[in-house]
Design a protein around this ligand. Structure first.
Ligand code: ATP
Ligand code: MG
Length: 435
C-alpha cells in the first residue's frame, strides 16, 4: 500500500482531535468559566485566529521563546506576514486600541476562549494547538483589580471542584525596579556562566530573571542564594504588592508567595501569578498563568495603558478533572430511543422522533433495520430512559409500545399520545414514592 492514494492521514504532530467525550469536558469547563466571567463583569471577545506577525513580535517580546521559536508564521498570497495566534493578550490589546475602548469606562474587562498555536516540543500537557480561557482587564492600575482577576481564575477552578490547587504569587516590579536589581542578579550568576545550561547562558544577557525559575539541572544549583526582586522593590512598588495581598485576603482566597516566580513573557510588570497543583512542582502542570502588563499597550503603538490578565489552559484543566474523577457525564443526553420493526415502521418512527424533538425531548432513531433486541441494546448504550417500539402491526392499529428501560414496565399508547405519555412518565420518575 505505497500508493499515496491510500495514505492514512493523521493529525499534525502535537495536535489532536477533540472527540465527543473530550468535548463534553471542554464544554463543562467553558460553562463554568463563562459563568464566573459573567459574575465578575467580563464580556467576551473573539479576535481573528491570525494577526500581523509584528503584533506578537512587539507585544510578546522579541526575546521570548514564543517569538523566537514557537510562532507559526506565514506569508499570505498578498505578501502580508501573518502569524497564528500564539497567545491572547496582544490580540485583545490590539482590539482595545483599534476600537477606541479607552473611551469606555475603565477598566475594560474582556474574556476569551481561543485556540492558541505554538511550535513546541510535544509532551504530556504540551500541544502545538491548545485552548485558553483567558481574561484581560485594561485601563486601570489598582491592586484591587489585580486581586479581582486572580480571584476569577481561582473561582473557575473552585467551581469545577478542583480543590487540589494553589495560587503562586510574586511581584517582579517595573523597569525602574529592575534597573537596580538586574545587575545584582547578573553578578550572582556571572561566575557560573560556563556551567549553566547554554539556553540559560543566552538568557543571562537578554532575560536574566528567567534564570530564577529555570528547570534545567545544570542551572538549578546556582539558583540558591540569588538576590530576589522582592528584596529590591522601590517603596511604591513594594506597597503596591502589599496592597494586592491585602485584597486577596479580602476576597478570602489563599495564596503562596514565590519570590522566584517570573514569567516567560517580556511584558509583565509587578504582579505575576500561577495556579498549580498543590503537591507537584514544575511548569508542565501550570493550569493558569498571568500577570500585570503595564508596558504592553505602548509596545504595540498605543498610549501608556495598564492592564492585567491570565490564560488558563483548558486541556490541562480537563486533565486534572479526569484525574480527580470530576469529569462530567459524557453521554449525549438521549432520553428516548425509537425502535422500528417491520415494513414502513421507519416512517412512523421518524415522525415520532420529530414530534418528541419539537417538544424538547431528546430522541434518537435506531437505524439499519436490526432486531428489536439489538435496538434495545442501543437504547441502553445511549443511556435512554424510554424506548418507543414502533412495530408495523401495532402501527396499523394506530398504536406503539413505550417501555420504561429502568423498570422494564411497558404500555401501549395511541400514536398521537406518545409525546404526552413520555412527558408524563418522565415526570412520574421525579415524584417521590407515595408509600
Ligand atoms: P509553560 O510554562 O507551561 O510553558 P507558559 O508560560 O508558556 O506555560 P502561558 O503562555 O502563560 O504559559 O499560557 C497560559 C496557560 O496556557 C498555561 O498556564 C498552560 O495552562 C496553558 N498552556 C501553555 N502552553 C501550552 C501548551 N503548549 N499546551 C497546552 N497548554 C498550554
Ligand atoms: Mg511555554
Amino acid at each position: 500500500m505505497t500508493s499515496s492514494g491510500n495514505r492514512q492521514f493523521q493529525t499534525p504532530r502535537g495536535t489532536r482531535d477533540l472527540l465527543p467525550e473530550d468535548y463534553a469536558i471542554h464544554a463543562h469547563i467553558l460553562n463554568h468559566a463563562r459563568e464566573q466571567a459573567r459574575l465578575a463583569g467580563f464580556g467576551f471577545i473573539e479576535p481573528p485566529t491570525f494577526e500581523q506577525a509584528e503584533l506578537f513580535a512587539r507585544g510578546v517580546g522579541e526575546g521570548t521563546d514564543i517569538v523566537e521559536k514557537e510562532m507559526y508564521i506565514f506569508e499570505d498570497r498578498g505578501g502580508d506576514r501573518l502569524a497564528l495566534r500564539p497567545e491572547g493578550t496582544a490580540s485583545v490589546c490590539r482590539a482595545y486600541l483599534q476600537h477606541g475602548m479607552a473611551n469606555q469606562t475603565q477598566p475594560v474587562k474582556l474574556a476569551y476562549h481561543l485556540p492558541i498555536f505554538r511550535y513546541e516540543r510535544p509532551q504530556a500537557g504540551r500541544f502545538r494547538q491548545h485552548t485558553q480561557f483567558g481574561v484581560e482587564a485594561i485601563g486601570v492600575r489598582d491592586p484591587a483589580l489585580d486581586a479581582e482577576v486572580i480571584d476569577l481564575g481561582w473561582r473557575v477552578a473552585q467551581s469545577l471542584g478542583l480543590t487540589d490547587l494553589k495560587i503562586l504569587l510574586n511581584s517582579i516590579g517595573d523597569t525602574e525596579d529592575r534597573r537596580a536589581y538586574v545587575p545584582l542578579l547578573k553578578a550572582h550568576f556571572e561566575p557560573h556562566l560556563d556551567n549553566i545550561a547554554p539556553d540559560d547562558r543566552a538568557r543571562w544577557e537578554r532575560a536574566p530573571m528567567r534564570l530564577l525559575d529555570s528547570k534545567d539541572e545544570r542551572t538549578k544549583p546556582y539558583q540558591a542564594g540569588a538576590p530576589l526582586i522582592t528584596d529590591h522593590l522601590r517603596p511604591e512598588s513594594a506597597a503596591y504588592y502589599e496592597s494586592v495581598k491585602s485584597h486577596l485576603e479580602a476576597f478570602d482566597i489563599p495564596y503562596e508567595e514565590q519570590p522566584t516566580l517570573v514569567r516567560g513573557l517580556d511584558y509583565y510588570t509587578h504582579t505575576v501569578f500561577e495556579i498549580v497543583p498543590a503537591d507537584i512542582a514544575g511548569s508542565q502542570v501550570t493550569v493558569l498563568a498571568g500577570g500585570r502588563y503595564d508596558g504592553l499597550i505602548e509596545q504595540i503603538g498605543g498610549p501608556p495603558t495598564p492592564g492585567i490578565g491570565f490564560g488558563m489552559g483548558i486541556e490541562r484543566v480537563a486533565h486534572h478533572l479526569r484525574d480527580q474523577g470530576l469529569a462530567p457525564d459524557d453521554s449525549t443526553g438521549t432520553e428516548v430511543l425509537i425502535a422500528a420493526l417491520g415494513e414502513g415502521a421507519d416512517l412512523a418512527a421518524s415522525r415520532i422522533a420529530g414530534d418528541l424533538r419539537r417538544s424538547g425531548i431528546a430522541a434518537t432513531l435506531a437505524f439499519g433495520g436490526r432486531s428489536l433486541k439489538a435496538q434495545l441494546r442501543q437504547a441502553n448504550r445511549v443511556g435512554a430512559r424510554f424506548a418507543v417500539i414502533a412495530g408495523a402491526r401495532d402501527l396499523a392499529e394506530g398504536r406503539v409500545t413505550i417501555r420504561d428501560l429502568q423498570s422494564s414496565e411497558q404500555r401501549e399508547v395511541e400514536l398521537d399520545r406518545v409525546t404526552m405519555e413520555i412527558r408524563e412518565l418522565g415526570n412520574l420518575a421525579y415524584t417521590p414514592p407515595q408509600e
